[in-house]
Design a protein around this ligand. Structure first.
Ligand code: MD3
Ligand code: FE
Length: 217
């Protein structure tokens, strides 16, 4: 099932589509800043390289990840959690650039979440063929805060399910520059990303990068 929904245009010309209860898609919100974001990402990845993590069940994740901000999301044999130190270096994660924080706060505000103060930005890097299997994001302490996600590079098909793993799923195309804000009941919905289709993006090449902004603590 594909989502086919009505869109509205906000005062500032952004195309906004409600995709579920308390979940909104904001099309092409990032295009003017994409080159700056790429420069900032390169600096972050120099300090805290992208790495494939292992799930508590012992599976190597296909997506490479790193974080910036006060906390980073990590997974290993001991479980999923947020940590203030990068386990690879035992150093704090790189700072969250002001541009990143502003982008996330402004997106949250456009759909009615005032005062979103992310303390963590998870950076997911998808090579062609890699995927994120169905999961919930529940390692944060307070689910009343939304999650803001920014898609960059190659397009992906996002799977959006319900509050139970076996609920029916809808599909949503996420393009370079799109932002999605998930709050309320959608905050704990199961979701995933289908294997990345081959392609070449003008700025990001043969990959997709997704930034997810969270208030983890
Ligand atoms: C729906 N990332 O990092 S972003 C993740 O494209 C994650 O890399 C995906 O799922 C990606 O955990 C999806 C969109 C997203 C992020 C968080 C959500 C959708 C969400 C939390 C709850 C419900
Ligand atoms: Fe997730």
């Amino acid at each position: 099932m594909n989502l086919d929904l009505f869109s509205t245009t906000t005062d500032d010309g952004v195309i906004k589509t409600q995709i579920a209860e308390q979940a909104w898609h904001l099309a092409d919100l990032v295009h003017a800043q994409d080159e700056q974001i790429k420069v900032l990402l390169r600096e972050i990845i120099q300090q805290a390289p992208l790495r494939q993590m292992v799930t508590p069940g012992g599976q190597l994740m296909s997506v490479s990840m790193t974080s910036c901000g006060d906390f980073g999301w990590v997974s290993d044999q001991a479980g999923y959690r947020y940590q203030s130190l990068d386990p690879r270096s035992n150093l704090p994660w790189p700072n969250m650039p002001a541009l990143f924080k502003t982008l996330a706060k402004e997106a949250a505000e456009k759909v009615g979440f005032e005062n979103f103060e992310p303390d963590s930005c998870l950076i997911n890097c998808y090579a062609i063929g890699t995927r994120l299997s169905l999961h919930q994001d529940k390692n944060e302490v307070d689910f009343s805060h939304p999650i803001v996600s920014v898609s960059l590079g190659l397009p992906a098909t996002f799977l959006f399910g319900g509050l139970q793993r076996n609920a029916p799923q809808t599909r949503l195309a996420l393009q370079h520059g799109d932002i999605v804000v998930w709050g309320g009941l959608s905050r704990l919905a199961y979701h995933g990303v289908l294997p990345l289709a081959a392609g070449e993006h003008g700025l990001f090449g043969q990959q997709r990068i997704n930034l997810t902004f969270r208030k983890s603590h």
